[in-house]
Design a protein around this ligand. Structure first.
Ligand SMILES: Cc1ncc(C[n+]2csc(CCOP(=O)(O)OP(=O)(O)O)c2C)c(N)n1
Ligand SMILES: CC(=O)[C@@H](O)[C@H](O)COP(=O)(O)O
Ligand SMILES: [Mg+2]
Length: 647
């Protein structure tokens, strides 16, 4: 195993020998060709240039073979093959710092830094992360997969190199054209360009797309620059990068290793802020990806590499929450002419593509710019529209201040639809949407709904769109919606609390969203233990419904279950409301730990957090009869008491 890692970037605790450690896996080793000889960047640098196209071909075959078997970001990595090879031939990672923006395009970087064996368990629990991971390698720096941060890291890394006198070490940030539309990236550009004495190298991986073609004035400008031999929009007129203090090298063919190496060596020698504009093709070299009109196979599930299509699975899959939202948005669009829809460069993944087709004048893609999306929504709402901002829950984190101070402070009717809320699974810690219930739950005047099934999703979307007294949120996970769960009763009026089952007063089980299913299953198990519980679904989980406090008063215990942080979310709010009402009913909150949860299967991660029905049963039993799990005993109150007027 070659270990040419001279001086690890300070954070690494590993030695070089473990630098290329790959998680234990059943990785099949590559036994022929050049790839088996590449165990680190040093091996790559010893390859004769004439063999590099051959290596690139092997890497492409490796990517298609492995990622089609596990799922992952195939298109972005096929587009970054030559770029990654050139980067590791010109710069000496980890002595030089190479940062990947978003990190979804870092598979080739991992292949070249000794982790080929981990790809059989890519994005699986205990397996290789789909993003850079400092636990995997000293070559990995940034694990956060939220876009548009790499240039800020580069600025910080460069300042630290300067302060520590490491003027012979380089900082290279690889950023996509999509990520460059993020406000944070532009804040960093403003700083990097103003520091001629603090060189950082921006490698712009420009394939013209995020998922869909990248939008905005910057995208148009880049399209002009991409034309061969056109380094500026008009002869003699500096391009945006030169105007902001950078040297500009490009456009460079992002699939010509020699040209890339030449430009990177030139950039390295300049010793000043410089942008290397590499023009690439997302999905390069694999027909099904290059020809994928939707998103060039940006992210794929398991598929047949020969056809690029998913394997035939008998029977129709139940609808995903995303597809249910997509369908209802076309209904809402037709019924509510004041409704407009906003996406941050993810029309397809958030389910807005059909709405965009049907109502093109009322659909806005603002680029990977969630903060702008929300503040723009505030502007739209100020002027009489009802915006629906659809994004992944985790990406809403960065727009918190806009939700708080631009939307809620003005009590504006903006609806946030948060997909991937709760545990997502294979994308790991920076993608689990586990923060929204706490973050948004603290916003005055903002209402949060969590549908338990398709019918409630449709109901709650319409209720949200019909609410014009302030912001609303509808949140659901990365999953297929289960079968409808009927409610025998609804307490507290049309937007009240659904009573799903009622078999006693020993515990009130409050289910948030799709956890209604596991909670009902737990209630059935608890009845076998002689424990009678009531299961309710608040539907609107924030602010706390007074009906929940009344129900709590009629039970010996309250247990809440949410696919979000266990503390500070819905359960905590219910406990506070009960205490404020002078109740002494104990409240036990079930939810996710205040930790960064790794990648894995959603169901497994939920179970590990105690949110599957078995764990919920055990939690209730433990709370009802501490220390004696599972024993059947009469209810402490004898027969279930008839409770306040609704038994
Ligand atoms: C803040 C944030 N918003 C949205 C996403 C989802 N996302 C992941 S990759 C991607 C597109 C990135 O486009 P680009 O930077 O051009 O990279 P490419 O995939 O084209 O190589 C998006 C929108 C994200 N990771 N972070
Ligand atoms: C890198 C990124 O942020 C997205 O591509 C994300 O991985 C998509 O997640 P889903 O696969 O859940 O749509
Ligand atoms: Mg792109």
């Amino acid at each position: 195993m070659s270990a040419d890692i001279a001086t690890a970037v300070p954070h690494a605790s590993q030695d070089a020998a473990s630098a290329a450690k790959t998680p234990a896996g059943t990785g099949t080793t590559i036994t022929s060709g050049l790839l088996p000889r590449i165990n680190g960047p040093g091996d790559l640098r010893r390859l004769p240039p004439g063999r590099l196209p051959e290596l690139a071909g092997e890497i492409r075959r490796f990517l298609v073979d492995k990622v089609s078997a596990t799922g992952g970001h195939l298109g972005p990595n096929l587009g970054a093959v030559e770029l990654s090879i050139a980067l590791h031939r010109v710069f000496a990672s980890p002595r030089d710092a190479i940062v990947f923006d978003t990190g979804h395009q870092a598979y080739v970087h991992k292949i070249l830094t000794g982790r080929q064996g981990g790809f059989d368990r890519l994005r699986q629990a205990g397996g290789l992360s789909g993003y850079p991971s400092r636990a995997e390698s000293v070559h990995d720096l940034v694990e956060n997969s939220h876009a548009s941060t790499a240039l800020s890291y580069a600025d910080g890394l460069a300042r630290a190199f300067q302060l520590r006198g490491h003027t012979d070490r380089h900082v290279v940030a690889v950023i996509g054209d999509g990520a460059l539309t993020g406000g944070l990236a532009l804040e960093a550009v403003n700083n990097l360009g103003a520091a001629p004495g603090r060189p950082a190298i921006i490698v712009l991986n420009d394939n013209g797309r995020s998922y869909a073609p990248t939008v905005g004035g910057l995208a148009s400008h880049l399209a002009t620059l991409r034309r061969p031999g056109v380094p500026s929009p008009r002869p003699g007129v500096p391009n945006v990068f030169e105007s902001l203090g950078f040297s500009y090298l490009g456009p460079v063919d992002g699939h010509d290793i020699g040209a890339l190496e030449g430009a990177l060596r030139q950039a390295r020698a300049l010793r000043r802020p410089v942008v290397v504009h590499a023009v690439t093709v997302k999905g390069k070299g694999y027909g099904p990806a290059e020809n994928d009109r939707a998103d060039h196979m940006h992210g794929i599930g398991v598929l047949d590499p020969a056809t690029g299509r998913p394997h035939d699975v008998p029977g129709a899959a139940p609808p995903s929450w995303t597809s249910l939202f997509a369908d209802e948005m076309t209904v809402i669009g037709a019924e509510h002419p004041g409704v407009v829809a906003i996406t941050a460069a993810m029309p397809g993944p958030t389910g807005l593509a059909e709405f965009a087709t049907r109502f093109p004048d009322r659909f806005f893609d603002v680029g990977i710019a969630e903060q702008h999306a929300v503040a723009c929504a505030a502007g739209l709402a100020l002027n009489g529209m009802h915006p629906i901002v659809a994004m992944y829950a985790t990406f809403c984190n960065r727009a918190f201040d806009q939700a708080l101070m631009d939307v809620a402070l003005h009590r504006l009717p903006v609806t946030f639809v948060l997909d991937r809320a709760g545990i997502t699974g294979p994308d790991g810690p920076s993608h689990h949407g586990m923060w929204d219930l706490v973050l948004l739950g603290m916003i005055p005047g903002l209402r949060i709904a969590a549908p338990r099934d398709a019918t409630r999703l449709r109901e709650l979307l319409h209720e949200a769109v019909g609410h014009d007294g302030g912001p609303t949120v509808v949140r659901y996970p990365k999953a297929n919606a289960g079968p409808d769960i009927a409610a025998p009763r609804r307490l507290g009026g049309p937007d009240g609390v659904d009573v799903l089952s009622q078999h006693g007063d020993q515990a009130l089980l409050v289910a948030v969203g799709p956890l209604a299913g596991p909670c009902l299953a737990a209630a059935a198990q608890l009845r076998h233990h002689g424990v009678g519980v009531t299961v309710v679904d608040p539907r609107w989980v924030a602010p706390v419904s007074p009906v929940l406090v009344e129900l709590a008063a009629a039970h010996h215990l309250v247990v809440t279950a949410e696919d979000g942080l266990r503390t500070g979310g819905v359960g905590t709010a219910i406990a506070t409301a009960c205490a404020d009402a002078g109740l002494t009913t104990p409240v036990r909150t079930l939810g996710l730990p205040r930790e960064f949860i790794g990648h894995g299967e959603r169901a497994h991660l939920l179970a590990a957090a105690g949110l599957d029905h078995r764990s919920i049963t055990a939690s209730v039993l433990e709370a009802v009869r501490p220390g004696v799990p599972g024993r059947t005993a009469p209810s402490p109150a004898g027969e279930p008491r008839p409770v306040g007027g609704w038994s």
